[in-house]
Design a protein around this ligand. Structure first.
Ligand code: KG4
Ligand code: ZN
Length: 362
């Protein structure tokens, strides 16, 4: 086979929270190909404690990563010598968990003399759309909806990010998780609410949309707040419990899911149109939600907006998206991160370029 100088193969690791993930992603003939994509979830273990225990997460990443790397190589049939670069998530996330993925990636890179790229976790989510058949071209707006973030981001060209909107309290995924717990379901709450909502009436309960006031008057048009909605759900459940024996779980779930979808769709479309853009992306764990995908598709179509959604299988945390982000970085001219690059639990997406500075800030 003829060598194609533009082909790239990346070994990618993701360990920012409670999923140990390893993937092999190639860029060939103008498109992205996932050759292996393995995720070892720790959800069951953390569920016993009612949330993610950082110490347990780090230990499980340490145990899982070597096996996952070996399995990914075997599954893909790719030899480590054929890999062009190694990428690990380095921010944001749980510091100890990030360290395991970062040290593993840097060690493999040093051992096999490959460049190492530290990747911003949210940049990974944004890149998940490139794993679909038809990748988007900037400029565009991205709605990033996960368990930790709800943001509207403007991308003027690949790897150039500007945040235009954010949640002032809970992320949308966090709201799904807390409301699911209120209704008696364990983490992750999104899929549980989605299943319940299928047979529920989305108009059964009137719920608030959560606007964020500006100090000078009016509201931030692209910002979100889910804490009022969470409290309204709590009050509704308390009132229902005192007056009836059985909670209408399906109607509660459908009404909650519906109002979250409505808010996310309204503000994303408004943001895209206000910036005079015609392309919108939707990524992150909550982007897997069927009602949200449907409503976003319908409203985008009505407004002449071209919508790209991450494939459902790449919405929740995975390493294939980290591999895709690394390929986009290489294509933007970055060659590697400094071997001194550490990890950071907090780092806004619009500062992701610092991961490629010769003297990174962490
Ligand atoms: O992107 P992700 O895997 O992790 C973070 O980076 O946060 O997102 C996890 C979040 C959880 O809050 C989970 O409840 C939510 O995504 N989620 C969903 C669905 N699947 C996962 N929310 C609504 N509907 C779903 N189908
Ligand atoms: Zn994530």
């Amino acid at each position: 086979m003829k060598y194609n100088p533009k082909a790239q193969t990346i070994l990618a690791l993701e360990t920012s929270c409670d999923e140990s993930a390893v993937a092999l992603v190639c860029f060939e003939q103008g498109s992205f190909h996932v050759k292996a994509n393995l995720v070892a979830s720790q959800i069951d273990e953390h569920a016993k404690w009612g949330g993610v225990v950082p110490e347990i997460a780090s230990r499980r990443h340490l145990e899982s990563l070597p096996l996952l790397v070996e399995q990914a190589l075997v599954q893909s049939g790719i030899l480590i010598e054929e890999i062009d670069a190694i990428a690990s998530t380095v921010a944001p996330g749980l510091a100890g968990a990030l360290l395991v993925g970062s040290v593993t990636g840097r060690t493999l890179a040093a051992l096999h003399q490959k460049p190492f790229l530290g990747i911003h976790h949210l940049e990974g989510h944004l890149a998940s759309v490139f794993l679909s058949k038809e990748p988007p071209k900037p400029p565009y707006i991205v709605l990033l909806v996960s368990g930790g973030h709800t943001e509207l981001i403007q991308v003027s060209k690949n790897c150039e990010f500007k945040r235009l909107g954010r949640s002032h309290d809970d992320a949308a995924g966090e709201a799904f998780d807390k409301v699911a717990r209120l209704l008696g379901f364990s983490y992750p709450g999104g899929p549980a609410i989605e299943n319940l909502a299928i047979t529920g009436n989305p108009m059964a309960f009137l719920l608030p949309k959560g606007k964020v006031s500006r100090p000078e008057g009016g509201f931030y048009p692209y910002d979100f707040s889910f804490s009022g909605l969470k409290t309204a759900m709590l009050r509704q459940v308390q009132a229902l419990k005192s007056s009836s024996s059985k909670l209408p779980l399906e109607d509660l779930a459908a009404s909650f899911e519906n109002i979250v979808a409505e808010v996310l769709v309204e503000r994303s479309i408004r943001c895209t149109l206000d910036q005079e853009l015609r392309t919108l992306l939707m990524v992150g764990g909550v982007a897997a939600n069927k009602r949200l995908r449907q409503r976003m598709s319908e409203t985008s179509l009505l407004n002449g907006i071209h919508l790209y959604m991450a494939p459902k299988s790449f919405c929740t945390d995975n390493a294939a998206m980290i591999g895709a982000a690394a390929i986009l970085r290489l294509q933007s001219g970055v060659t590697q991160s400094s071997i001194n690059l550490g990890v950071s639990p907090r780092c806004p997406l619009d500062q992701a370029n610092c991961l490629y500075e010769p003297n990174p800030p962490f």
